[in-house]
Design a protein around this ligand. Structure first.
Ligand code: IPD
Length: 258
């Protein structure tokens, strides 16, 4: 099995498990708070554990960085998975049906493959640098929109209050320049929608590696561009991200610079 298949199978199985648990209706959602008031539920923890177990069956020698547990380091750490069991936890908690399972794979610091699965719509976004990007098996391409004034841009911010002021300035600039601004509450699906061409770009501050690793590969493989706010290729060590169709990227970078 190659790493794209492994990411895809694992994200789908995890999403199906979540959907089954919800359909069964037995388990009550227990909510806990972490640092900066970040929320986590019993469902996040269960799916997180499930994904690690699944991946370890196939690649026990790899390293794993996950939202809900300490990182598991193996060997030289060159082969590394980034896992968000439910990206959009606060949507999930409030029964807003926009969230997904995100599983990304990196080798030698290059993101190579990833999958984002939306369990409620049974929609699977996946990609590898070699194969390209797909939604339920159909190839994806980013949008042709060439001006930020015609663009739909999704933004979002993390829990860490240090980013709030910068984000407020970005909101202000986006409000003045882009045609439509949205906040979906999930970075993983926002990135997938950029790859699909429905959204022209997204901008996140205070982001975590597991939120964006899979989505970043999917956008790149669909022909888009993914950078930090300095315009350098986004890596899992960056806490700011701009992902776009490529055409409006420089315009957005200039906005971030204001
Ligand atoms: C959050 C979402 C949100 C983004 C936050 C993330 P979570 O992930 O991706 O869109 O703005 O920075 O923390 O907590 O729901 O997995």
């Amino acid at each position: 099995m190659n790493m794209r298949e492994l990411a895809t199978n694992t994200a789908r199985l995890a999403g199906e498990r979540l959907a089954e648990q919800l359909n069964a209706g037995g388990a009550k959602t227990q909510i806990n708070e972490k640092k900066f008031g970040e929320t986590v539920t019993n469902f996040d923890r269960d799916i997180n554990e499930f994904i690690i177990k699944e991946l370890k069956i196939h690649v026990p020698e790899h390293s794993f960085v996950t939202e809900e547990t300490e990182a598991i380091e193996n060997g030289d750490g060159a082969k590394r998975w980034f896992i968000d069991p439910i990206d959009g936890t606060n949507n999930f908690i409030r029964n807003i049906p926009i969230y997904g399972v995100s599983v990304g794979y990196e080798e030698d610091h290059v993101l190579r493959a990833g999958a984002v699965y939306d369990p409620l719509n049974k929609t699977l976004f996946d990609a590898s640098l070699e194969d390209g990007a797909f939604v339920n098996g159909t190839p994806l391409t980013v949008s042709p929109v060439s001006k930020s004034g015609n663009a739909m841009v999704v933004e979002g911010y993390g829990y860490d209050p240090r980013y709030r002021e910068e984000h407020a300035n970005i909101l202000n600039e986006l409000n003045r320049t882009v045609k439509f601004r949205r906040n979906l509450g999930t970075a993983a699906l926002a990135l997938a929608y950029v790859a699909q061409g429905g959204i022209d770009a997204c901008v996140f501050t205070g982001i975590q590696s597991w939120d964006c690793a899979a989505g970043a590969v999917i956008v790149r493989a669909a022909g888009g561009r993914v950078t930090n706010f300095e315009g350098k290729d986004w890596t899992t060590r960056d806490d700011m991200i701009i992902a776009s169709n490529g055409h409006i990227h420089d315009e957005l970078l200039a906005i971030m610079d204001q």
